[in-house]
Design a protein around this ligand. Structure first.
Ligand code: NAI
Length: 343
C-alpha cells in the first residue's frame, strides 16, 4: 500500500538529513510517495514572498501527514517563524517529543524514557507584544480554557494508549496565577473526570528541572505549556545525547507533522556532518502514525527494522561526529540502509 507524505526539506542541514532519511525508509521497504513542498528560506529561494507558501499548507491539508526538515527563520524583514506559523495555521496543538536513552550513546544517565507533551498554539508564542513607551515593552502570555483542556486530554490519552503510568504538569502557577493556574485547573479536571487510573502530579518548573537532571527516571510524561515545553525538550534531549537524536511530532485533529527538535544548524550545513538520526527517529514515529491511521501493518515492520538497525549501528560505533563517531551524514545513512536491508 502506497502512502502519500508531504516532504519539506527545509533549510541548512535539512535537505541533507531528509535525503538520508528517505534512503533508509526506502531500504526498509516503506512504500512512501513523497510530495515535495517548501517552507522557510527554501521557499523564498524558489520565488515565494512568504516563508510558508499556501501550496505547502494546502498539500499538508490534502495528504494529512508531513515530514519536515528544520527551517531557518530569517532575522528581520518582517518574517515570522515558519514553525510557529505552521503549527498555528494547521492547529497542530500537541507536540510530542519522546526522549529515550540509546544503546551505544554514552551519557551520564541510563534508561531515560520521558515523553514531553507541549502545548503548541498559545502561551508566550502568541506574538502579542507591545511597546508601551520608550524603553518599555510587554509580551503577553495567553492561556485559553479550550487549549489547556485540549492539551491535557491529549497528554492523558497518550499516556493511556501507550501504557504510560504518570503525567507530571510543569508550571509556575505560584507566579502566573491566572495563566498557569488555568493550565493546572484543566489538567486536574481531565485527570479527575476521566483518567484517575493514571498518576498525576504538579511540579513547579524550576524545581522540576533540578529533579530532571538529578533523577530523570522519576518522570514519565511531562505536560508543558508552549515555552516550558520548548525549553524542557532541549534539556531532556541533553540527557540522552543531544539534539542530534531527539525526534518530534506535532498533532492536530486532522494533520500530523513530524520533525526533529533541532534547528537548521547553519554552522554545519553542507559539510556532510549532520546527524540524521533525529529526523529518522521522527520518521519512525510517522510510520507508526501511518500504520495506525491506514491499517497498513507492513509499516510497523519497517519501523522495527529501522530501530533495530540504528541501535545496532550505534552499538557498533557507527556514528556521526556529534556522538563521537567519524561517519559523515551520507556514510551513516548508507550504513543504516545496508543494515536495514540485511534484516
Ligand atoms: P540548532 O538546533 O539548529 O543548532 C544548535 C546546535 O546543535 C548547533 O551547534 C548545531 O550544529 C547542533 N545541531 C543541531 N542539529 C544537529 C544535528 N542533526 N546533527 C549535529 N549537530 C546538530 O539551533 P539554532 O542554531 O538555535 O537555530 C538555527 C536555525 O534553526 C534558526 O533559524 C532557528 O530559527 C531554526 N530552528 C528551526 C527549528 C525547526 O524548524 N523545527 C527548530 C529550532 C530552530
Amino acid at each position: 500500500m502506497q502512502h502519500d507524505v508531504v516532504l519539506i526539506p527545509g533549510d541548512g542541514i535539512g535537505p541533507e538529513v531528509c535525503s538520508a532519511v528517505k534512503q533508509v525508509l526506502e531500504a526498509a521497504g516503506a512504500d512512501i510517495k513523497w510530495i515535495e513542498r517548501h517552507a522557510g528560506l527554501g521557499a523564498i529561494d524558489r520565488g515565494s514572498d512568504v516563508v510558508l507558501p499556501a501550496s505547502t499548507i494546502e498539500a499538508i491539508k490534502e495528504y494529512g501527514t508531513a515530514l519536515k526538515g528544520p527551517c531557518t527563520t530569517p532575522i528581520g524583514g518582517g518574517f515570522s517563524s515558519v514553525n510557529v506559523a505552521l503549527r498555528k495555521t494547521l492547529n497542530l496543538y500537541g507536540a510530542v517529543r519522546p526522549v529515550r536513552s540509546l544503546d551505544g550513546i554514552e551519557t551520564r544517565y541510563e534508561d531515560v524514557d520521558i515523553v514531553v507533551v507541549r502545548e503548541n498554539t498559545e502561551g508566550l508564542y502568541s506574538g502579542i507584544e507591545n511597546r508601551i513607551t520608550a524603553g518599555v515593552v510587554t509580551s503577553i502570555k495567553v492561556a485559553t480554557e479550550e487549549a489547556c483542556d485540549r492539551i491535557a486530554r491529549f497528554a492523558f490519552k497518550y499516556a493511556r494508549t501507550r501504557g504510560r503510568k504518570k503525567v507530571t504538569a510543569f508550571h509556575k502557577a505560584n507566579i502566573m496565577k491566572l495563566s498557569d493556574g488555568l493550565f493546572l485547573k484543566c489538567a486536574q479536571k481531565v485527570h479527575e473526570e476521566e483518567y484517575d487510573d493514571i498518576e498525576y502530579e504538579e511540579v513547579i518548573i524550576d524545581a522540576g528541572c533540578m529533579r530532571l537532571v538529578q533523577e530523570p527516571k522519576n518522570f514519565d510524561i511531562l505536560l508543558c505549556e508552549n515555552l516550558y515545553g520548548d525549553v524542557v525538550s532541549d534539556l531532556c534531549s541533553g540527557l540522552v545525547g543531544g539534539l542530534g537524536v531527539t525526534p518530534g511530532a506535532n498533532f492536530g485533529e486532522e494533520q500530523a507533522v513530524f520533525e526533529a527538535v533541532h534547528g537548521s544548524a547553519p554552522d554545519i550545513a553542507g559539510q556532510n556532518v549532520a546527524n540524521p538520526l533525529a529526523l529518522l527517529a521522527s520518521a519512525v514515529l510517522m510510520l507508526r502514525h501511518l500504520a495506525e491511521t491506514s491499517g497498513d501493518e507492513s509499516l510497523l515492520e519497517a519501523r522495527l527494522k529501522i530501530r533495530a538497525a540504528y541501535n545496532a549501528a550505534l552499538k557498533a560505533g557507527e556514528k556521526t561526529r556529534d556522538l563521537g563517531g567519524d561517519l559523515g551524514t551520507k556514510e551513516f545513512a548508507a550504513a543504516l540502509a545496508r543494515r536495514v536491508a540485511a534484516l
